[in-house]
Design a protein around this ligand. Structure first.
Ligand SMILES: [Zn+2]
Length: 268
């Protein structure tokens, strides 16, 4: 009686094990077959800056330049001229891929796969806008040394502006964090549909209706610039007023600077 029970039990474990193994195999095959999306930290900042600068200068979809490097190995004069002539359709993937076919002598499948790989970055770039209105100035302060709260590297861009300057959502998304943070002072964290996280710190106050769980659109005023942080709740005046703007993906910070430069000058 007991032996039969044990045998049946063992059989059940074997069946479960086989199901799990098959599921894991299917998962791996699907994952391998699908091209991996390029994440923000997979691309060198200089490279992204080049694509975005050329996109601005020529009014062309930035992915065209990324494809030139991927499939031709470089961005030559011909590519820049074609872009400047307005020959490249942007926006709609199908139209864009159609255009690419006459520039890059690779299979349509390869073009589609690469355009898919660029989709996350493209969504972040396309859906964004500059978060500060009025007078401001900023430079690339990514990685600069910071000492408050221990030695650390600066994980964002400081946009210097007067206290009270309107701060807008750089991207649409849901407010997932809000309140006091020792480093960030009064801060807001917004998560977009891709899972990218946008962090706004040192605010003097929040716009009305801004609270956890609320969805914001790009350009919505969410708060006001200030100089809060670097201490217990309510601390202010430890540095000049500015917006600290951070961007994160999968919990990892990436440099907002190239995106800000692009949003600053790109048409809405
Ligand atoms: Zn900062």
């Amino acid at each position: 009686m007991k032996a039969r029970y044990l045998r049946r039990k063992r059989k059940r474990y074997i069946v479960l094990f086989v199901i799990a193994a098959v599921a894991a195999a299917v998962f791996c095959i699907v994952k391998l077959a699908r091209p991996q999306v390029i994440e923000p930290n997979d691309i060198a900042q200089d490279e992204l800056s080049t694509y975005l600068t050329l996109a601005e200068e020529t009014g062309t979809d930035w992915r065209f330049f990324a494809c030139a490097v991927r499939f031709n190995g470089e961005i030559d004069e011909g590519i820049i001229n074609s872009a400047g002539n307005g020959e490249i359709a942007g926006g709609d993937d199908a139209a864009f891929i159609g255009c690419l076919k006459s520039y890059f002598f690779v299979d349509e499948e390869q073009l589609e796969a690469y355009v898919f790989r660029l989709s996350l970055l493209d969504s972040i770039i396309r859906n964004g806008g500059f978060p500060v209105t009025g007078d401001y100035h900023y430079s690339d302060t990514w990685g600069a040394a910071r000492t408050y709260g221990g030695e650390r590297k600066h994980e964002g861009t400081d946009i210097m502006c007067d206290a009270g300057t309107h701060i807008c959502a750089a991207a649409p998304g849901k407010i997932t964090r809000i309140g006091w943070n020792e480093l960030g002072g009064w801060r807001i964290g917004v998560t977009d549909k891709n899972g990218a996280y946008y962090y706004y710190a040192h605010l003097s106050g929040y716009a009305s209706g801004v609270k956890k769980g609320v969805y914001v659109e790009q350009g919505d005023v969410i708060g006001y610039a200030g100089d809060t942080g670097y201490g217990p709740e309510g601390t202010s005046g430890k540095f000049a007023p500015h917006l600290h703007f951070g961007m994160y993906y999968n919990g990892e910070a990436f440099n907002p600077y190239p995106y800000l430069c692009y949003w600053e000058t790109s048409p809405e």
